[in-house]
Design a protein around this ligand. Structure first.
Ligand SMILES: Cc1cc2nc3c(=O)[nH]c(=O)nc-3n(C[C@H](O)[C@H](O)[C@H](O)COP(=O)(O)O)c2cc1C
Length: 287
């Protein structure tokens, strides 16, 4: 259908990045030319030629990270270029997450994009309540097949758009307040004596919010509260002074999860017991 696929993504702790890379591999398998850019370095002009823009981001407080909204606002207008939006969450397609793509899609449409496809992928939850290693391992295992299925739907021209409940739209819109809180969160991060000045936090920050000054990380005013710096610090030296209980005590490391043994004959219903895991259960089992 199209020649080029431009993939643009935001990822704090690596889940969305894995999904974006999986899309690149799957599109290349079917002969597409693919570019992959992080939102902070992504172009703002995409020309009018046939092609697809695929935007991926983690669900943060039932919405997209602020940087994603800012990028769309800076995008040059187009006439009818095709776009697809993929959200990546810890909880799956359930209330209030169902509205997490609505504002992004509306903004893309105002810029002249035709959004024909949207989907929720599920990756391990890095906030408040961890998915647990066995479930996280199953989610990582499921990713390539989920992405391959999405790519074949996109290639066939399949169109899918959701209708989020009004209450979910309201919650998602109210989550803008958390985006303001994100700036304070970033400013609150204390650098303890455990810091070894490796600069990994500055290198990996998807918002470009951390700079190294004489060996010390300095936090600016554009934190997106993705938790990447906190979980990614090799010595655990970064300690936020607010929302402490939302940070996973056990940390969050996808590379370690990938190395864990894949559970055989896993009882997914048992691993996803309770209302808050309903969306994950549906994602893995279809029920
Ligand atoms: C501040 C914050 C808010 C989050 N809010 C939600 C949410 O509203 N719904 C949800 O399902 N997951 C939520 N998550 C979990 C992430 O969407 C999920 O772990 C995702 O896989 C992270 O992607 P990443 O590894 O690319 O950053 C939140 C995570 C963070 C850090």
């Amino acid at each position: 259908m199209e020649n080029n696929v431009d993939i643009v993504y935001f990822s704090g702790t690596g889940g969305t990045e894995r999904a974006a890379k999986c899309f690149k591999t799957s599109f290349e398998k079917v002969g597409r030319e693919v570019t992959l850019s992080k939102v902070k370095d992504a172009p703002i002009s995409f020309g009018e030629e046939d092609g697809l823009i695929l935007l991926l981001y983690p669900v943060l407080a039932a919405n997209a990270p602020r940087l994603v909204h800012d990028w769309i606002e800076r995008l040059e207008s187009v006439k009818g270029k095709r776009a697809a939006v993929i959200s990546v969450s810890g909880g799956g397609e359930m209330s209030p997450n169902t509205a997490c793509r609505a504002a992004v899609i509306r903004k893309l449409e105002r810029k002249g994009f035709v959004v024909t496809y949207e989907e929720m992928l599920v990756m391990p939850a890095n906030f408040i309540k961890f998915s647990g290693v066995p479930l996280s391992r199953l989610l990582l295992e499921a990713l390539p097949k989920k992405v391959e299925a999405a790519v074949s739907r996109l290639e066939s021209g399949f169109v899918t758009r959701s209708r989020p409940l009004p209450v979910d739209r309201l919650i998602s819109a109210a989550a803008k307040l958390e985006q303001l809180g994100a700036v304070s969160f970033g400013k609150s991060i204390a650098v303890t004596d455990a810091c070894i000045s490796c600069g990994r936090c500055a290198e990996n920050c998807p918002s470009g919010n951390i700079t190294m000054l004489e060996g010390n990380p300095i936090f600016g005013s554009s934190c997106n509260l993705c938790m990447g710096c906190i979980y990614g610090c090799p010595t655990g030296a970064l300690k936020p002074q607010m929302m402490k209980s939302a940070v996973l005590k056990e940390g969050f490391n996808l590379e370690a999860i990938e190395k864990a043994e894949l559970p055989q004959n896993a009882d997914i219903n048992a691993l996803t017991r309770g209302y808050s895991w309903k969306g994950v259960r549906k994602y893995l089992t279809g029920d």
